[in-house]
Design a binder for this molecule. Structure first.
Ligand SMILES: C[S@@+](CC[C@H](N)C(=O)[O-])C[C@H]1O[C@@H](n2cnc3c(N)ncnc32)[C@H](O)[C@@H]1O
Length: 224
């Protein structure tokens, strides 16, 4: 709790001054941000390697790292002023289970893999599948925090799920429903065609799009 309180303090002072969170977020930093993020903590297991993509000022990555010292975290964030803040918080809180990496998620495709990849407020589920799934180990999962739009986003991501060889996602409602819906969308590899459909390397998102386009062409030829 002492570490979480110090992190809340840093978010509400330096975080606001540096424009990493809006000034209106400061009074609701606990209920809207820290307590919201810590709801994911029970979804992690001891010893797992977790990547948080698009960590921003450390949500949910730093909250989870404070709550779960038994899990190691890599925070992936492209913007320098955000990674600078993340590194400063990690040093000040003495978190030895956190590594900060600067870059977009796809820069790490084919280089690192993780048991769990998390994301909150980063992009549509279809993009997160293309950015996050190539980082997910064979028996791992992508865990995305969404609100009431979760089911619609899954429907909108049906092509991406198929192209990347993912199983139909699970949705778990977490926390107190009276405090606003938080839905955890869990995407895993399917046991089926992922080997041929899971492109590797920095061009993975484009390759995923090519895979989808090829499938459509094949379908049209089949229809003709
Ligand atoms: C709206 S902020 C959300 C930050 C944080 N997750 C939160 O819940 O407050 C989105 C973050 O995603 C980062 N981002 C955007 N595209 C990305 C990509 N392709 N890979 C990794 N991070 C990305 C942005 O730099 C930004 O910090």
């Amino acid at each position: 709790m002492a570490l979480a309180a110090r992190y809340a303090d840093l978010l509400c002072t330096e975080g606001v001054v540096r424009g990493l969170i809006g000034p209106r977020e400061a009074p609701r930093i606990w209920d809207r941000h820290l307590l919201n993020c810590v709801l994911m903590a029970p979804a992690l297991a001891t010893g797992q390697r977790v990547a948080d993509i698009g960590s921003g000022a450390g949500l949910p990555g730093l909250v989870l790292a404070i709550a779960r010292p038994d899990v190691s975290f890599t925070l992936i964030e492209p913007l320098l002023r955000r990674t600078t803040f993340l590194e400063e918080v990690v040093a000040e809180l003495g978190l030895d289970n956190v590594t900060v990496e600067r870059g977009k998620a796809d820069a790490f495709h084919g280089k690192q893999s993780f048991d769990v990849v998390t994301a909150r407020a980063v992009s549509a589920l279809s993009n997160l599948i293309a950015w996050g799934m190539p980082l997910v180990a064979a028996d791992g999962a992508l865990l995305v925090m969404k609100g009431s739009s979760a089911e619609d986003e899954i429907e909108g991501a049906s092509e991406a799920l198929q192209a990347w060889g993912c199983a139909p996602p699970d949705v778990e409602e977490i926390g107190d429903p009276d405090a606003g819906a938080v839905r955890l969308v869990r995407v895993r590899w399917s046991g089926g065609p992922r080997v041929s459909l899971r492109p590797q390397g920095a061009g993975a998102a484009k390759a995923g799009a090519r895979a989808r386009s090829k499938r459509r062409q094949g379908k049209r030829r089949g229809d003709a």
